[in-house]
Design a binder for this molecule. Structure first.
Ligand code: PLP
Length: 391
């Protein structure tokens, strides 16, 4: 493990490789890794190249087990219950395709669900004759209980799967997943949490949460190298879950570690991103989870307040850690979302996402350790100019 420099209040920008003048406020879409994690990746790639035979047949399996154990400590679960994936997409595909669904069964999700995941649910429900209920989340939101109520009202005795976000993509809204799971604990439905943004942004304890599947991307807030994620499966359902892509899996010689083998031997691939997950955890641990979350939330609050002073810009929920974490979305006046996103990135050198998930237009700001109040100031000035505001 590489030691971190002794920094107190300085943002850790020099641990990343941004060119001067770029305000990168989109860690939520593509989260670049800090230097020690990139160095770790180089070391793993070197080992792979030096002797691929030794690496793939003797080094890889025990190294992946150490990654599972590190994730187990982070998520308060057994490492053996965690499979390593390329991303959340692969994990959610495995879950949705493996849950038994018959004609007349019901799947419940919300209109906040990530578009690609919604597409998967639509296709699988159509294919198997199940009903997909997409619950609208009221926005602007007054309190998280409204989300819980909306989801619970749609769950009936035919419901086999409830799929909700930990933190939603476009609105950056934190879902009260603990409360949803608690209120569904006596219902036979399975619960899958899409934690693409939840991992690292929010503390999680899988030993008490009460869901059956927890799927996350490690190349977002955890800042592991691109193309790694995880799938935690409750032991009750490990026997039936299958990856979307079938390879040698547990039949590969030497694989004796159980259900995860179907996922860990998925054909020849580059496992170096996943092997750096412990280094990414270590990096944030050294900074301090509390400090990381407080810094990002402080900047997200600042962005929300400043942006909402611009004409036509409105908040979507109250200013509270319960409603949003290190990423926040505001509604902005209507217009062409893609053009604005490109103008902000290319002309103003401020990278944010302008999500386009309804007829309205929004702007989402992600704040990581390398961001400063100056980045927020540059974003606000750029948006003011683009909206043609005179104030
Ligand atoms: C809520 C949510 N789910 C799933 C995904 C897909 O993640 P990935 O591209 O890492 O598979 C995203 C990506 O932004 C997301 O925001």
């Amino acid at each position: 493990m590489n030691p971190l420099p002794d920094v107190q209040d300085d943002p850790l920008r020099d641990q990343w490789s941004f060119p001067p003048g770029l305000s990168y406020l989109n860690h939520g879409s593509f989260g670049p890794s800090p230097r020690p994690v990139r160095q770790c990746r180089q070391q793993w790639l070197e080992r792979m190249e030096q002797n691929p035979m030794r690496f793939y047949t003797r080094t890889l399996a025990p190294a992946l087990e150490r990654v599972q154990e590190a994730l187990g400590r982070l998520l308060h679960c057994h490492g053996r219950d965690v499979a390593l994936m390329e991303n959340t997409t692969a994990g959610v595909n495995a879950v949705v395709r493996s849950v038994p669904l018959e004609p007349g069964d019901r799947v419940v999700t919300t209109d906040q669900t990530y578009g690609a995941v919604l597409r998967l649910l639509q296709r699988e429900c159509r294919r198997r004759g199940a009903e997909l209920v997409v619950v609208p989340v009221p926005l602007p939101l007054q309190e998280p209980e409204q989300i819980t109520q909306a989801v619970l009202q749609a769950v009936d005795r035919r419901t086999r799967l409830v799929l909700v976000d930990h933190v939603s993509s476009a609105a950056a809204l934190v879902f009260p997943v603990e409360e949803i799971c608690r209120r569904l604990q006596d219902h036979p439905t399975r619960i899958c949490i899409d934690a693409a943004h939840g991992l690292a942004m929010r503390p999680v304890d899988l030993s008490t949460l009460g869901c059956h599947y927890y799927v996350a991307t490690c190349h977002k807030w955890l800042s592991a190298p691109f193309t790694c994620g995880l799938l935690w499966v409750h032991p009750r359902y490990q026997g039936e879950i299958q990856p979307a892509v079938l390879s040698w899996g547990h039949t590969f010689p030497g694989n004796i570690r159980g259900w995860v083998d179907e996922f860990h031997w998925r054909g020849t691939y580059d496992p170096s991103p996943a092997l750096c997950i412990p280094e990414a955890i270590h990096f944030l641990e050294q900074v301090g989870w509390e400090r990381f979350r407080r810094h990002g939330h402080h900047l997200a609050c600042l962005a929300r307040r400043q942006l909402c002073k611009l004409p036509g810009v409105e908040p979507l929920y109250p200013e509270s850690w319960e409603c949003f974490g290190t990423m926040v979305t505001v509604r902005i006046p209507p217009g062409d979302a893609l053009t604005l996103q490109r103008r902000l990135g290319e002309h103003h050198r401020v990278e944010v996402i302008v999500p386009n998930w309804t007829a309205e237009r929004f702007l989402r700001v992600s704040c990581h350790l390398y961001n400063t109040e100056e980045d927020i100031g540059r974003l606000v000035a750029a948006l003011r100019e683009e909206l043609g505001a005179t104030t």
